[in-house]
Design a protein around this ligand. Structure first.
Ligand code: AMP
Length: 177
C-alpha cells in the first residue's frame, strides 16, 4: 500500500461529526474505518511498520477507542497489550494521573504491575487533541517502570498543539488535521 492510498483511505473513512459530544467540537468518528477491512489493516500495518516488529515490549491502549487499535498492533509488533482506563475500571492496584480538560478534570489509571522494569512501551490512541491524555498516560507508564518509545495516533489535531505536552517523545500520526 502506498502512502497516497492510505491518505485517501483515511480521508474517506474518518467521518467528521460536528457538535459532538458538545457544541463546537468536531468529533473524528473512526467507525467507518474500523468497518473497512482494507483501511483497518492498512492502519495497523503502518503503526507496526513505523517501529518494527520486536522493538516494543508492551503496547498501551487508551480507553476506549485506543483499545481497538492497540490490540492488533500489539499482536503484530510482537508485544503484550496493556489497558489504560478511566478511573475506577481496573480491578487490581493502580497508579492514577489526573489532568485538566477544557471543563473539569479526567483521571486515568494503569495497573501497578503492568510492566517489567525497562519495558519498551508504545502508546496508541485514535486522536491526539490537547495532548493531556497522552501526557498522563506517558507519566503512568514511567511511574510503573516502563520506558515510552513513542505515541502513535491515527489523527493529530495539530491546531491544538498536543505534541508540546509530550516533549521528547516520538509522536507518530497517520493523519494531521
Ligand atoms: P486530549 O487529551 O485532548 O489529547 O484528547 C484525546 C482523547 O480524547 C483521545 O482519547 C480521543 O479519543 C478523545 N478526543 C479528543 N478530541 C477528539 C475528537 N475531536 N474526536 C474524537 N476523539 C477525540
Amino acid at each position: 500500500m502506498t502512502g497516497l492510498d492510505l491518505d485517501q483511505l483515511l480521508q474517506r473513512r474518518v467521518r467528521d461529526i460536528p457538535d459532538y459530544p458538545q457544541p463546537g467540537v468536531v468529533f473524528k468518528d473512526i467507525t467507518p474505518l474500523l468497518a473497512d477491512h482494507t483501511a483497518f489493516t492498512a492502519v495497523i500495518d503502518q503503526f507496526v511498520g513505523h517501529y518494527g516488529a520486536g522493538t516494543v515490549d508492551k503496547v498501551v491502549g487508551i480507553e476506549a477507542r485506543g483499545f481497538i487499535l492497540a490490540a492488533p498492533v500489539a499482536y503484530h509488533i510482537g508485544a503484550g497489550f496493556v489497558p489504560v482506563r478511566k478511573k475506577g475500571k481496573l480491578p487490581a492496584a493502580t497508579y492514577e494521573e489526573s489532568y485538566d480538560l477544557e471543563y473539569g478534570q479526567a483521571t486515568v489509571e494503569v495497573h501497578i504491575d503492568a510492566f517489567r522494569p525497562g519495558d519498551r512501551v508504545l502508546i496508541v490512541d485514535d486522536v491526539l487533541a490537547t495532548g493531556g491524555t497522552a501526557a498522563a498516560t506517558a507519566e503512568l507508564v514511567r511511574r510503573a517502570g516502563g520506558v515510552v518509545v513513542g505515541v502513535s495516533v491515527l489523527i493529530e489535531l495539530t491546531f491544538l498543539g498536543g505534541r508540546s505536552k509530550v516533549p521528547g517523545l516520538d509522536v507518530h500520526a497517520l493523519m494531521a488535521v
